[in-house]
Design a protein around this ligand. Structure first.
Ligand code: PMP
Length: 404
């Protein structure tokens, strides 16, 4: 396998026309497309063993429970975590909110500080802001350079005994910047802070070893790593998860309930109240197995080629400027052309069958820092091709000519 047409054949959605033109899907940072294995796994679940898990003593309940717990093991191995450190959540957003509302509520007090970076997605800003407001704590922001690189010296200066949590993205969805998370984590630990890494844009591109990183919490979404929407993972160090209060109350997260007092289940079930997204949990494991079959090295190599080629191709376009030129980038190219509104470019590209993202990419504070309203963003996955980039560059030039 692994010729590009073999790879593309695994993704049925790619083989279609949009507005009469072959679809070119360059919005992979928003959500990835799904391979046949994932689509079939969803169908198999509902046609063969749909059942509620952990409760029933019957055949189907056992099959579904085993598949769900097997998936947890697959994901744990993928991240080099312990199985009970893997919590199924709805996605990155819920994972971050969970930590803010449990660990945060229990450990952050008035006068404490929480550090985020200037390039965070709203989902890694707002939960911390809400916590700070509630507790009388302060949100501090690590600045970035115009290139989109984090200012690590400024970060070190912000760290102090007051810092309780550092929450930072591994890879910026808006700029493609790959942050030096290992160093960020080590420095935060020197002042006794815990670190949450937003890995929404990282798991699908990079090998992540939570033990080697020594990260305290890490969250990602299934839909960005070729799996379903509505499911994601929160990794937490066992001793932290065990000490944290529960998040939501309900079935499954309890040990014993009386009207006087409830005791809670052990981790990870303590954080999984109610009937979970069973199909999503099972199929996320299949998506991770798919990534392992394709191989992260293959993925990284293809995406690096596309980033390099795309950057070269677009830099030849008159009036185009890149937004985000960090030293280490993943396969995201954000750009602006002259004073044309990104939305107008996106709309004209769509007419030519090309899907890109335009706007602030849920990073309004970052856009404010860069003094822009938004960008056009092309984000590549390993199933994209240099030929698609050629078509995209031509279509972009045509759109610019129409809008100038
Ligand atoms: N963080 C980053 C860096 C993201 O790119 C995204 C999704 N765009 C999120 C967090 C939020 O992910 P979700 O909406 O899947 O919870």
């Amino acid at each position: 396998m692994n010729t590009i047409s073999d790879v593309r054949n695994l993704f049925p959605i790619l083989n279609q026309k949009v507005n009469g033109k072959p679809l070119i899907y360059f919005d992979n940072a928003a959500t990835s497309q799904k391979p046949k294995q994932v689509i079939e796994a969803i169908e198999n679940y509902y046609s063969q063993y749909n059942s509620n898990i952990h409760r029933g003593a019957h055949y189907l309940a056992n099959l579904a429970t085993e598949a769900y717990e097997h998936s947890r093991q697959v994901i744990a191995q993928y991240l080099n975590a312990e199985t009970q450190e893997i919590n199924f959540v709805r996605g990155t957003t819920e994972g971050i909110n969970l930590v803010a509302q449990t660990y945060g509520k229990a450990n952050v007090k008035a006068g404490d500080e929480i550090i985020v970076s200037a390039m965070e997605h709203h989902s890694n800003i707002v939960p911390w802001q809400m916590l700070c407001e509630e507790k009388g704590a302060t949100l501090k922001v690590v600045p970035i350079f115009d290139s989109g690189d984090l200012d690590m010296e400024a970060y070190e200066k912000l760290l102090s005994a007051k810092t309780k949590i550092v929450a930072v993205t591994y890879i910026s969805n808006a700029l493609g910047t790959v942050n030096p998370v290992q160093e960020i984590i080590a420095k935060a630990h020197e002042v006794g802070a815990v670190v949450l890494v937003d890995a929404a844009q990282a798991v699908q591109h990079k090998k992540i070893d939570v033990k080697a990183l020594d990260v305290d919490f890490l969250a990602f979404s299934g839909h960005k790593v070729f799996g379903p929407t509505g499911i994601g993972i929160l990794y937490g160090k066992r001793e932290l998860l065990e000490a944290m209060p529960p998040y939501m109350g309900g079935g499954e997260m309890i040990d014993n309930v009386t009207f006087e007092k409830t005791t809670f289940n052990k981790i990870p079930y303590k954080f999984e109240a109610g009937t979970p997204h069973i199909e999503g949990g099972i199929v996320l494991g299949k998506a991770i197995e798919f990534v392992q079959e394709i191989g992260l090295d293959f993925i990284a190599e293809k995406e690096a080629e596309l980033l390099h080629y795309g950057t070269q191709k677009l830099s030849a376009i008159d009036g185009l400027r890149f937004v985000g030129t960090a030293q280490e980038k993943c396969s995201v190219i954000s750009f602006l052309v002259k004073d044309i509104h990104p939305y107008d470019i996106g709309t004209l590209l769509d007419k030519q069958g090309i899907a890109i993202r335009t706007g602030h990419h849920c990073c309004q504070p970052l856009m404010k820092r860069l003094q822009i309203e938004g960008t056009c963003r092309a984000s590549f996955a390993f199933y994209n091709t240099a030929e698609e980039i050629d078509v995209f560059a031509k279509a972009l030039e045509k759109s610019i000519a129409m809008l100038s």
